[in-house]
Structure formats: structure tokens, C-alpha cells
Design a protein around this ligand. Structure first.
Ligand code: SF4
Ligand code: SF4
Length: 209
């Protein structure tokens, strides 16, 4: 009798899971690619080159990101800013900028090394390509447009969640001082899409509210 009751108890679980699966109630997976799961705030995804609120490029072509990259997958060349039409504040700007995504290990060290917060990482992870050349992202593909949107090399690719980069949730920094008390009141890295958000880091109470 005991064995029989255990048998029916187990069968009940099987039936419940079957019904939940058919109705969709019990699914623990996301229906990707129809549904997109919210990524963690510090997700290390596809890189973006940022601009200042006035449209100037943040990259000054200093090559520190390339020097910090353990995978040696960044290629930068700086050039003098045209005096009449400067591209970036200061003397120089990055006129060549490439990242070989096949070699990138998405460690975020380039983001850490950048003195101007020019290079940050987004939540976009769909970067499959048909050939090796397409995996080398050039400046045209990395640099945000003056309106704050981000170009994508495969705009027609249904898997390229380009739109995600244009939302506040999709525009991320690789690492951030957020949560470290010493950074309270200090202007943090850009955490919003488009033109920079210059709000300082909130204090612990405001962050927890
Ligand atoms: S995330 Fe890491 S491996 Fe990728 S480009 Fe930046 S420093 Fe290099
Ligand atoms: S992205 Fe930053 S670290 Fe890299 S060259 Fe530009 S300014 Fe320098």
C-alpha cells in the first residue's frame, strides 16, 4: 500500500509538471530569442565608444586600452586634432580604433584603463559572424552616433538586439564604483544611453531606496 501511494504521489508530480509545461506556467527558461532576459548590471558585452554631451568623441587615442588588453585585440592609432574642427577635447583623438572580438575575452580591463571613459561595455552579446573579418569591429561600428544611438554592423540581423543598446537598461559600464562608499558624490561613469549622464554616485541610502 505504501509503495502504491508513493507511486501515485510521484505520478502527481509528473502530471503537474506536464500541465505547467504545456500551459507555460512552470517554465524556468526564457523563450529566447522571442523573450530577452535582463542582463546583470555589470554584464560584459559588446564594446561602445562614447561621446561627450556636446558630441565630442571621448577617445583621445592614448592607446592605454590597447596596452592593458591581455588578449592584444585592440588596435588604436591617435592623430592630432584638426585645430579648426577638433574631434575630441585636447590635442589628439583616436582616428583608428579596432577590436578583434574573436580574441576578446571580455575582461573589461580596457574599460578600467581608459582615462576618459571613452570605451565601455554594453549588454549586447549576439555577435555571431559568418567570417573572421566581420568579427573585427572598427571605429565606425563602435562609436556612438551624435544622437546617442549605437551603430551595429549587422542591422538586419534578427539576432542583433540593436534596440537594446538604445535603452537605459542596455547601456552599461563594465565596472563601476557603485556601492563603494568612497565614491559617494563623485561623478561616476556613464550609465545611461546617449548623451552623458553626469549625476554623481548616490549615497548608500539613496541607492538602497
Ligand atoms: S574586454 Fe579585455 S580582452 Fe576584450 S578588448 Fe577589453 S581588455 Fe581586451
Ligand atoms: S579608448 Fe580610452 S584608453 Fe583607449 S585610446 Fe581611447 S582614450 Fe585611450
Amino acid at each position: 500500500m505504501g509503495v502504491l501511494s508513493e507511486f501515485f504521489k510521484g505520478l502527481r508530480v509528473t502530471g503537474r509538471v506536464l500541465v505547467d509545461t504545456v500551459t507555460g506556467d512552470g517554465l524556468v527558461t526564457t523563450k529566447y530569442p522571442e523573450e530577452f532576459r535582463q542582463k546583470p548590471q555589470r554584464f560584459h558585452g559588446r564594446h561602445v565608444l562614447n561621446r561627450y554631451p556636446d558630441g565630442m568623441e571621448k577617445c583621445i587615442g592614448c592607446e592605454l586600452c590597447a596596452g592593458a588588453c591581455p588578449a592584444r585585440c585592440i588596435y588604436v592609432r591617435g592623430a592630432d586634432n584638426p585645430p579648426d574642427e577638433p574631434v575630441a577635447p585636447g590635442e589628439r583623438f583616436g582616428y583608428v580604433y579596432e577590436i578583434n572580438m574573436l580574441r576578446c575575452i571580455f575582461c573589461g580591463l580596457c574599460v578600467e584603463a581608459c582615462p576618459t571613459e571613452a570605451i565601455t561595455m554594453s549588454s549586447l552579446f549576439e555577435m555571431s559572424t559568418w567570417n573572421r573579418e566581420d568579427a573585427i569591429y572598427t571605429k565606425d561600428e563602435l562609436l556612438m552616433r551624435p544622437d546617442g544611438s549605437v551603430p551595429h554592423m549587422f542591422p538586419d540581423d534578427p539576432l542583433a538586439r540593436h534596440k537594446e543598446l538604445e535603452t537605459a537598461d542596455g547601456w552599461l559600464r563594465a565596472t563601476a564604483p557603485s556601492g563603494v562608499a568612497a565614491y559617494e558624490g563623485v561623478q561616476g561613469w556613464q550609465g545611461t544611453p546617449g548623451r552623458a549622464n553626469w549625476d554623481p554616485e548616490p549615497d548608500q541610502e539613496a541607492r538602497d531606496a
